[in-house]
Design a protein around this ligand. Sequence first.
Ligand code: C2E
Ligand code: MG
Ligand code: MG
Ligand code: MG
Length: 290
Amino acid sequence: QVKTGGRNNYRFFEASMNAAARRAIEIQRGLAVAVTNGELFLQYQPKFDCGSGSILGAEALIRWRHPALGLVSPAEFIPIAERSGQIITVGQWVIEEVCRNLRSWDAVRPGAMRIAINLSQIQLRSPQVVEDILAITERHGVPPAMLMFEITETVAMQNAEETRRAIDRLQQAGFEMAIDDFGTGYSSLSYLQEFGVQQMKVDRSFIAKLTETAKGGAIVAAIIRLAHSLGMEVVAEGVETEAQLALLKELKCDQTQGYLLARPLNGADFVALLDRHAAGTVTAAAQLEA
Ligand code: C2E
Ligand code: MG
Ligand code: MG
Ligand code: MG
């Protein structure tokens, strides 16, 4: 199949495969020193209350500035780190860095908001994951009530016993859990019911279609009702327009996250936004300019 179109196409395909493979190797090598070289950093994307517009928390998103490749997207390097096992070290750095940041931010009081950390399925399957997380948070004196974890729908629904146990134990320790990218995986609804997760994050692809067609709106409305009837809060991901936000409010969605209200922000900018909110000086327009 690769050969259709003749010999030149085949060569071109081979050459581009090599380029992709070389880049993957460069990324894997680079990741081995990224932590110690200080090349990783976090951005925080706020989660807003749909009704009041107040900030209820933020999601930590990893960033990597590679010395030669420049900014490399987590969508590219996380899968490579998962295959190589480096995700364990990288994931621990993320938790550690969130804890360090939380300790240095006076604006964030315990109980006032939660910072969400994305957990990979490789992390969740590691037998040490809960002990590792508790060791890091205790060492930094960060209470579980200040953190939550996002796991994708596919990972959450896998009936892997160790995954299930890790999720239960994290919840028992006081961390909340969110199902990320809901709607893109395959969940069994009965499984969803057994599973006491606090938040459901509706995937950005559904929000993009929300105001486009009646069916797009109907699907999101049904997901919100389903989540609420299971006692979960709903977060809409990737909210980019006023029309989407208005409809989400109407549908009683709980929280929104997306470029309309805030892009992922560097720590200092996130804290500045929190301060402006606390001072009550944030209008929708000011927020959009931020
Ligand atoms: P995710 O957890 O679903 O994160 C949401 C992604 O959507 C982020 O991309 C965010 O920047 C982007 N986004 C937010 N609002 C909008 C919007 O309004 N429009 C559009 N077009 N995009 C929006 P990002 O930061 O590139 O991260 C991509 C994925 O990489 C994340 O998807 C998550 O699966 C993974 N990731 C990021 N940080 C970590 C981490 O620390 N650990 C692990 N294991 N995975 C991470
Ligand atoms: Mg996420
Ligand atoms: Mg997501
Ligand atoms: Mg998503």
